[in-house]
Design a protein around this ligand. Structure first.
Ligand SMILES: *[C@@H]1O[C@H](CO)[C@@H](O)[C@H](O)[C@H]1NC(C)=O
Ligand SMILES: *[C@@H]1O[C@H](CO)[C@@H](O)[C@H](O)[C@H]1NC(C)=O
Length: 305
């Protein structure tokens, strides 16, 4: 069944390409390259997570070029950097890696897992070349998090430490600079602190000022797909996976993206994208990043062609 879906997709896409004349964005045997960014506590190449996903995609889309980003020189550094390396630096490292890769010249799709989702959105907003086509955020935290209820994987001791640091002063310069999770910590009871001191998230979400370049670049995407996990026990609040969050001034009631000031003032161009059908809100049953191969091929594979 899954192969049929992939094949059908290909058959449907092929005549369009012929009509369009030159398949400018296509390379690597008619496939669009794919860039993956792993989540916290994970690495580029874990055979049980990103390694398996990369392999599955390569099996489903014959000839596809897939890069699973490694932040650092090896898998150990890559995992540590997911906790401790300045996110703005990580994003600029990735931007230069992508710009130097000749295979990405014609454009690429991007798929981020958990925090990799908002990091790849920063790549889309800051680095328009090579062009990102579809951005797929799988359990990403686009309005940040307020809480760290559970750690993914084996990192619970690291998380205990992180939780302490976040509670004692997420917006102090020291913690901001050295703790990845602080850089997307969003305290609804202290919005002003967040807006002025968040080094990463407040910038890409245009909380301080509106950078027209960010709006323009984000709107150049063909699709921005957001996946929410319906029984997520790691991300708090889970609404952030669809760009919603807690209402300002309290920590109980949430609001959707469409109800937010960000959307109403359209500070990021998301309302404009929504209007022309560029936003997709998908959901998967299960806990954080839990999905079946069937769910993946049915729901996400179509965005990788
Ligand atoms: C891709 O195309 C090249 C040359 O056109 C061919 O040699 C190669 O086997 C193809 N790869 C796949 C996976 O189809
Ligand atoms: C807007 O973002 C672009 C891309 O990151 C950057 O080069 C530029 O300096 C920013 N402009 C302002 C006013 O911050």
């Amino acid at each position: 069944f899954t192969m049929t879906a992939a094949l059908l997709c290909f058959l449907l896409a092929a005549p369009l390409l012929l009509v369009a004349g030159s398949p400018v964005h296509k390379s690597n045997n008619g496939t669009v390259p794919l860039v993956l960014w792993h989540g916290m506590g994970d690495s580029c190449c874990n055979p049980l997570s990103m390694g398996a996903i990369k392999k599955m995609i390569e099996e489903e889309i014959s000839g596809i070029y897939v890069i699973s980003l490694m932040i650092g020189k090896n898998v150990v550094q890559d995992t540590e950097n997911g906790f401790f390396m300045d996110v703005n630096e990580q994003v600029s490292m990735v931007c230069s890696q992508l710009a130097q890769d000749p295979k990405l010249k014609g454009g690429y799709n991007a798929m981020g897992f958990s925090q990799g989702g908002q990091f790849l959105r920063a790549v889309a907003q800051r680095c328009p070349s090579p062009p990102m086509k579809n951005l797929i955020s799988v359990g990403g935290q686009h309005q940040g998090v307020y809480g760290l209820p559970k750690c993914p994987g084996e990192s619970s001791h690291v998380c205990d430490m992180i939780r302490k640091a976040l509670n004692s002063g997420a917006y102090t310069d020291l913690v901001q600079k050295h703790l990845v999770q602080a850089q997307y910590w969003h305290d609804p009871l202290n919005e002003d602190l967040y807006k002025t001191h968040s080094l990463f998230l407040a910038d890409i979400n245009q909380e301080k000022a509106v950078n027209e370049t960010y709006r323009k670049n984000l709107q150049s995407l063909e699709k921005f797909v957001m996946v929410k996990f319906l029984q997520d026990s790691v991300v708090d609040p889970v609404d952030t996976e669809w760009f919603g969050f807690l209402k300002t001034g309290q920590a109980k009631e949430t609001e959707t993206l469409q109800e937010s000031v960000l959307y109403k003032e359209d500070r990021l161009g998301l309302a404009a994208m929504d209007k022309v059908g560029k936003l997709a809100f998908l959901s998967s049953e299960g806990d954080h990043l839990q999905f079946t191969r069937e769910w993946f091929t049915e729901n996400l594979l179509p965005y990788l062609h």
